[in-house]
Design a protein around this ligand. Structure first.
Ligand code: AP5
Length: 217
Protein backbone atom coordinates (compact mmCIF):
# COMPACT_ATOMS: atom_id res chain seq x y z
CA UNK A 1 0.00 0.00 0.00
CA UNK A 2 1.33 3.42 -0.96
CA UNK A 3 -0.02 6.54 0.69
CA UNK A 4 0.64 10.28 0.39
CA UNK A 5 -0.24 12.61 3.25
CA UNK A 6 -0.94 16.09 1.93
CA UNK A 7 -1.80 19.19 3.94
CA UNK A 8 -0.55 22.42 5.45
CA UNK A 9 2.05 22.48 8.26
CA UNK A 10 0.74 21.42 11.64
CA UNK A 11 -2.37 19.60 10.41
CA UNK A 12 -1.33 16.30 12.00
CA UNK A 13 0.29 14.46 9.09
CA UNK A 14 3.29 13.33 11.13
CA UNK A 15 1.12 12.22 14.07
CA UNK A 16 -1.26 10.11 11.99
CA UNK A 17 1.61 9.01 9.74
CA UNK A 18 3.30 7.35 12.70
CA UNK A 19 0.09 5.52 13.55
CA UNK A 20 -0.45 4.35 9.93
CA UNK A 21 3.16 3.20 9.67
CA UNK A 22 2.87 1.07 12.83
CA UNK A 23 -0.63 -0.26 12.12
CA UNK A 24 0.03 -1.25 8.49
CA UNK A 25 3.73 -2.05 8.80
CA UNK A 26 4.95 0.33 6.11
CA UNK A 27 7.76 2.87 6.58
CA UNK A 28 6.87 6.52 7.13
CA UNK A 29 9.06 8.61 4.87
CA UNK A 30 9.08 12.23 6.01
CA UNK A 31 11.14 14.59 3.87
CA UNK A 32 11.04 17.08 6.76
CA UNK A 33 12.64 14.53 9.13
CA UNK A 34 15.21 13.53 6.49
CA UNK A 35 16.15 17.14 5.81
CA UNK A 36 16.47 17.93 9.53
CA UNK A 37 18.67 14.87 9.92
CA UNK A 38 20.87 15.93 7.00
CA UNK A 39 21.53 19.29 8.69
CA UNK A 40 23.65 17.54 11.30
CA UNK A 41 26.22 16.65 8.59
CA UNK A 42 27.47 20.28 8.35
CA UNK A 43 28.20 20.35 4.61
CA UNK A 44 27.59 23.32 2.28
CA UNK A 45 24.38 21.67 1.13
CA UNK A 46 23.20 21.17 4.70
CA UNK A 47 23.83 24.86 5.48
CA UNK A 48 21.57 25.78 2.55
CA UNK A 49 18.89 23.33 3.73
CA UNK A 50 19.05 24.72 7.26
CA UNK A 51 18.68 28.31 6.08
CA UNK A 52 15.66 27.43 3.89
CA UNK A 53 13.93 25.59 6.73
CA UNK A 54 14.71 28.43 9.16
CA UNK A 55 13.12 30.93 6.77
CA UNK A 56 10.06 28.71 6.30
CA UNK A 57 10.88 28.26 2.60
CA UNK A 58 10.72 25.00 0.70
CA UNK A 59 13.96 23.23 -0.14
CA UNK A 60 14.66 22.72 -3.87
CA UNK A 61 12.77 20.01 -5.76
CA UNK A 62 16.05 18.42 -6.88
CA UNK A 63 17.26 17.87 -3.30
CA UNK A 64 14.03 16.32 -2.04
CA UNK A 65 13.41 14.20 -5.16
CA UNK A 66 16.92 12.75 -4.79
CA UNK A 67 16.22 11.95 -1.13
CA UNK A 68 12.99 10.16 -2.08
CA UNK A 69 14.63 8.34 -4.98
CA UNK A 70 17.29 6.83 -2.70
CA UNK A 71 14.92 6.12 0.16
CA UNK A 72 12.24 4.20 -1.71
CA UNK A 73 14.84 1.92 -3.29
CA UNK A 74 15.38 0.38 0.16
CA UNK A 75 14.09 -3.08 0.94
CA UNK A 76 11.61 -1.99 3.62
CA UNK A 77 9.61 -0.16 0.94
CA UNK A 78 8.87 -3.31 -1.06
CA UNK A 79 5.51 -3.71 0.70
CA UNK A 80 4.58 -0.07 0.34
CA UNK A 81 5.33 3.24 2.07
CA UNK A 82 3.81 6.39 3.39
CA UNK A 83 5.05 9.75 2.12
CA UNK A 84 4.66 12.47 4.76
CA UNK A 85 5.24 15.93 3.27
CA UNK A 86 6.17 14.78 -0.23
CA UNK A 87 5.26 15.78 -2.89
CA UNK A 88 4.96 19.43 -1.99
CA UNK A 89 5.04 21.01 -5.44
CA UNK A 90 3.67 20.12 -8.84
CA UNK A 91 7.25 19.40 -9.99
CA UNK A 92 7.65 16.84 -7.17
CA UNK A 93 4.36 15.18 -8.16
CA UNK A 94 5.57 15.04 -11.78
CA UNK A 95 8.75 13.39 -10.51
CA UNK A 96 6.67 10.56 -8.98
CA UNK A 97 4.54 10.09 -12.06
CA UNK A 98 7.50 10.25 -14.49
CA UNK A 99 9.33 7.68 -12.34
CA UNK A 100 6.20 5.46 -12.56
CA UNK A 101 5.83 5.53 -8.78
CA UNK A 102 2.10 4.97 -8.36
CA UNK A 103 0.12 5.63 -5.19
CA UNK A 104 -3.10 4.12 -3.84
CA UNK A 105 -4.30 6.88 -1.49
CA UNK A 106 -3.82 10.61 -1.14
CA UNK A 107 -5.13 11.81 2.23
CA UNK A 108 -5.49 15.57 2.33
CA UNK A 109 -5.50 17.06 5.86
CA UNK A 110 -7.59 20.25 6.02
CA UNK A 111 -7.77 22.78 8.88
CA UNK A 112 -8.05 26.59 9.37
CA UNK A 113 -4.84 28.62 9.74
CA UNK A 114 -5.96 29.81 13.18
CA UNK A 115 -6.11 26.24 14.50
CA UNK A 116 -2.79 25.43 12.82
CA UNK A 117 -1.06 28.16 14.85
CA UNK A 118 -2.55 26.66 18.02
CA UNK A 119 -1.33 23.19 17.11
CA UNK A 120 2.20 24.20 16.13
CA UNK A 121 2.82 26.53 19.05
CA UNK A 122 2.19 23.66 21.52
CA UNK A 123 4.16 21.03 19.62
CA UNK A 124 7.13 19.32 21.28
CA UNK A 125 9.15 16.60 19.58
CA UNK A 126 11.56 13.80 20.32
CA UNK A 127 13.85 14.14 17.28
CA UNK A 128 15.61 10.76 17.64
CA UNK A 129 12.38 8.73 17.35
CA UNK A 130 10.10 11.19 15.55
CA UNK A 131 7.57 11.04 18.40
CA UNK A 132 5.34 14.12 18.38
CA UNK A 133 3.54 15.59 21.41
CA UNK A 134 1.38 18.61 22.13
CA UNK A 135 1.45 20.33 25.51
CA UNK A 136 -2.37 20.44 25.65
CA UNK A 137 -3.79 17.93 23.14
CA UNK A 138 -1.28 15.08 23.35
CA UNK A 139 0.95 15.68 26.38
CA UNK A 140 3.76 13.37 27.50
CA UNK A 141 3.26 11.53 30.82
CA UNK A 142 5.89 13.75 32.46
CA UNK A 143 6.12 17.40 31.42
CA UNK A 144 8.65 17.88 28.58
CA UNK A 145 9.99 14.31 28.79
CA UNK A 146 9.71 11.61 26.10
CA UNK A 147 7.48 8.75 27.35
CA UNK A 148 9.76 5.96 26.13
CA UNK A 149 13.36 7.13 26.54
CA UNK A 150 13.14 9.78 29.27
CA UNK A 151 14.99 12.27 27.00
CA UNK A 152 14.01 15.95 27.05
CA UNK A 153 11.60 17.08 24.35
CA UNK A 154 12.49 19.98 22.07
CA UNK A 155 10.81 22.76 20.12
CA UNK A 156 11.38 22.72 16.38
CA UNK A 157 13.51 25.58 15.10
CA UNK A 158 10.95 26.46 12.42
CA UNK A 159 8.00 26.57 14.84
CA UNK A 160 8.39 30.29 15.65
CA UNK A 161 5.32 32.36 14.72
CA UNK A 162 7.09 34.36 11.96
CA UNK A 163 8.45 31.19 10.33
CA UNK A 164 5.08 29.47 10.58
CA UNK A 165 3.51 32.36 8.64
CA UNK A 166 6.08 31.91 5.86
CA UNK A 167 5.50 28.16 5.81
CA UNK A 168 1.77 28.74 5.40
CA UNK A 169 2.43 31.18 2.53
CA UNK A 170 4.64 28.61 0.81
CA UNK A 171 1.91 26.03 1.31
CA UNK A 172 -0.80 28.20 -0.27
CA UNK A 173 1.39 29.18 -3.23
CA UNK A 174 3.25 25.98 -4.03
CA UNK A 175 1.60 22.99 -2.32
CA UNK A 176 -2.13 23.78 -2.38
CA UNK A 177 -2.35 23.31 -6.21
CA UNK A 178 -1.59 19.61 -5.60
CA UNK A 179 -5.18 19.17 -4.44
CA UNK A 180 -6.47 19.89 -7.95
CA UNK A 181 -3.68 17.80 -9.47
CA UNK A 182 -4.55 14.71 -7.41
CA UNK A 183 -8.30 15.18 -7.83
CA UNK A 184 -7.63 14.98 -11.58
CA UNK A 185 -5.33 11.98 -11.15
CA UNK A 186 -8.09 10.22 -9.18
CA UNK A 187 -10.34 10.50 -12.22
CA UNK A 188 -7.71 8.90 -14.47
CA UNK A 189 -5.98 6.35 -12.20
CA UNK A 190 -6.86 3.84 -9.49
CA UNK A 191 -5.74 6.35 -6.87
CA UNK A 192 -8.22 7.52 -4.20
CA UNK A 193 -8.20 11.15 -3.02
CA UNK A 194 -9.84 11.70 0.39
CA UNK A 195 -10.12 14.73 2.64
CA UNK A 196 -9.50 14.47 6.37
CA UNK A 197 -11.02 17.01 8.76
CA UNK A 198 -7.78 17.72 10.63
CA UNK A 199 -9.59 19.76 13.32
CA UNK A 200 -11.22 16.57 14.60
CA UNK A 201 -9.84 14.68 17.61
CA UNK A 202 -6.81 12.37 17.33
CA UNK A 203 -8.95 9.27 17.90
CA UNK A 204 -11.67 10.24 15.41
CA UNK A 205 -9.09 10.87 12.69
CA UNK A 206 -7.38 7.57 13.47
CA UNK A 207 -10.73 5.74 13.16
CA UNK A 208 -11.59 7.56 9.95
CA UNK A 209 -8.25 6.53 8.43
CA UNK A 210 -8.76 2.95 9.62
CA UNK A 211 -12.13 2.81 7.89
CA UNK A 212 -10.62 4.22 4.68
CA UNK A 213 -7.79 1.68 4.69
CA UNK A 214 -9.78 -1.30 6.05
CA UNK A 215 -9.60 -3.31 2.84
CA UNK A 216 -5.83 -3.08 2.68
CA UNK A 217 -4.59 -5.24 5.54
P1 AP5 B 1 7.91 19.13 7.64
O1 AP5 B 1 8.70 18.58 8.74
O2 AP5 B 1 7.34 18.20 6.63
O3 AP5 B 1 6.79 20.04 8.26
P2 AP5 B 1 5.30 20.41 7.77
O4 AP5 B 1 4.76 19.80 6.56
O5 AP5 B 1 5.37 21.87 7.77
O6 AP5 B 1 4.41 19.73 8.77
P3 AP5 B 1 4.60 19.70 10.27
O7 AP5 B 1 5.61 18.67 10.67
O8 AP5 B 1 4.79 21.10 10.80
O9 AP5 B 1 3.13 19.28 10.77
P4 AP5 B 1 2.32 17.93 10.69
O10 AP5 B 1 1.22 18.07 9.71
O11 AP5 B 1 3.21 16.75 10.58
O12 AP5 B 1 1.64 17.99 12.15
P5 AP5 B 1 2.00 17.18 13.49
O13 AP5 B 1 1.57 15.77 13.36
O14 AP5 B 1 3.39 17.46 13.92
O15 AP5 B 1 8.78 20.18 6.80
C1 AP5 B 1 9.61 21.13 7.45
C2 AP5 B 1 10.38 21.93 6.40
O16 AP5 B 1 11.22 21.04 5.61
C3 AP5 B 1 9.52 22.65 5.35
O17 AP5 B 1 9.10 23.92 5.81
C4 AP5 B 1 10.52 22.76 4.17
O18 AP5 B 1 11.44 23.79 4.38
C5 AP5 B 1 11.25 21.44 4.22
N1 AP5 B 1 10.60 20.38 3.42
C6 AP5 B 1 10.04 19.23 3.88
N2 AP5 B 1 9.54 18.50 2.88
C7 AP5 B 1 9.79 19.20 1.74
C8 AP5 B 1 9.49 18.97 0.36
N3 AP5 B 1 8.84 17.87 -0.05
N4 AP5 B 1 9.88 19.91 -0.54
C9 AP5 B 1 10.57 21.02 -0.16
N5 AP5 B 1 10.86 21.30 1.14
C10 AP5 B 1 10.48 20.39 2.08
O19 AP5 B 1 0.95 17.89 14.49
C11 AP5 B 1 1.14 19.23 14.93
C12 AP5 B 1 0.80 19.33 16.42
O20 AP5 B 1 -0.58 19.08 16.62
C13 AP5 B 1 1.54 18.31 17.31
O21 AP5 B 1 1.87 18.94 18.51
C14 AP5 B 1 0.51 17.18 17.54
O22 AP5 B 1 0.70 16.53 18.78
C15 AP5 B 1 -0.80 17.97 17.50
N6 AP5 B 1 -1.92 17.21 16.91
C16 AP5 B 1 -1.89 16.44 15.79
N7 AP5 B 1 -3.13 15.97 15.51
C17 AP5 B 1 -3.96 16.47 16.46
C18 AP5 B 1 -5.37 16.37 16.70
N8 AP5 B 1 -6.19 15.67 15.90
N9 AP5 B 1 -5.89 17.03 17.77
C19 AP5 B 1 -5.08 17.77 18.58
N10 AP5 B 1 -3.75 17.90 18.41
C20 AP5 B 1 -3.18 17.26 17.36
Amino acid sequence: MRIILLGAPGTGKGTQGKFISEEYNIPKISTGDMLRESITLETKMSQFIQSQIKKGKLVSDKIVCDLIKNRIKKKDCSNGFLLDGFPRSIEQAYYLSESKITVDYVLNFVMSHEKILDRISGRRIHPQSGRIYHIKFNPPKINNIDDITGDSLVLREDDKTETIKNRLKEYEKITYPLKKYYLNQALKEKLQFLEIDAADSLINIKNKIKSILKNNR
